[in-house]
Design a protein around this ligand. Structure first.
Ligand SMILES: C[S@@+](CC[C@H](N)C(=O)[O-])C[C@H]1O[C@@H](n2cnc3c(N)ncnc32)[C@H](O)[C@@H]1O
Length: 178
C-alpha cells in the first residue's frame, strides 16, 4: 500500500470524525453556541439563584453557567453535556476555579439523566428540543422549580417573566404549565 493512500485515508477518517463531532450535538438537541457572560448573569438573576439552589444546565457547553452559578450566586450546580470534548473542558474549568465541591459536569444525553434534585434549570437549546423536554420537566421537577430558557420558548406554556430585549423566558413548574 503506498504512503499517499494511507495519509489520504487518515485524512478522510479525520474529517468524517470531525463532522460527526460537530453534528452530533445538533442531532440530539442543539449545536454548541455559548451564551454571552452578560446574558448568563441575566438568566441567573431572572431565576433568582441563591445559595439554597441546585441549578441544572441542560446542555452545559463549556460550563460557563454552571461555574457562574457557584462563583457569583453560591448555588450548587450540575451541567449535563453530550459532547465529550466540552465535558473535559468544563471539568477543567471547575478544577481551575476550585469549585468541584459544589459543581459537577455529567457526560450524557440529558433526556436520559435524572434531574429531580434541581430547584432551577437553565436552557439554551432549540424550539423542538424544548417541546420534547416538556414532559420530562413536568414529570421530574418539583412544583415551584424555575426554568429559564434563552431564545426559545415552550409552546403552550405561559412564562411568568419575560425579558424581550434579551429573549430570556422564566417558567415556573406548576404555574406556567397549567
Ligand atoms: C447552544 S449550546 C449552550 C451551552 C451552554 N448552556 C450555554 O448557554 O453557554 C447547547 C449545548 O447543548 C449540548 N446538547 C445538545 N443536546 C444535548 C443532549 N441531548 N444532551 C446533552 N447535551 C446536549 C450541545 O452539545 C451544546 O454544548
Amino acid at each position: 500500500m503506498d504512503l499517499f493512500y494511507i495519509y489520504d485515508s487518515i485524512f478522510i477518517i479525520g474529517i468524517s470524525l470531525f463532522v460527526i463531532w460537530i453534528m452530533w450535538s445538533a442531532v440530539i438537541g442543539a449545536g454548541f453556541e455559548p451564551t454571552s457572560k452578560r446574558l448568563v448573569k441575566k438568566m441567573l438573576e431572572m431565576a433568582e439563584i441563591g445559595p439554597k439552589d441546585v441549578l441544572y444546565d441542560l446542555g452545559s457547553g463549556d460550563g460557563r453557567i454552571v461555574s457562574e452559578a457557584v462563583k457569583s450566586y453560591g448555588a450548587r450546580s450540575v451541567g449535563i453535556e453530550a459532547d465529550p470534548i466540552r465535558v473535559l473542558w468544563s471539568r477543567m474549568l471547575l478544577f481551575f476555579y476550585d469549585i468541584q465541591n459544589k459543581s459537577k459536569i455529567k457526560w450524557g444525553n440529558f433526556f436520559n439523566q435524572d434531574i429531580t434534585e434541581a430547584t432551577a434549570v437553565t436552557l439554551f437549546l432549540g424550539g423542538k428540543t424544548n417541546q420534547k423536554l416538556k414532559d420530562k420537566l413536568v414529570k421530574e421537577l418539583k412544583p415551584g422549580t424555575r426554568v429559564v430558557s434563552y431564545v426559545w420558548k415552550f409552546d403552550g406554556w405561559e412564562p411568568t417573566k419575560v425579558n424581550y430585549t434579551d429573549r430570556i423566558y422564566l417558567y415556573i413548574i406548576g404555574v406556567s404549565n397549567i
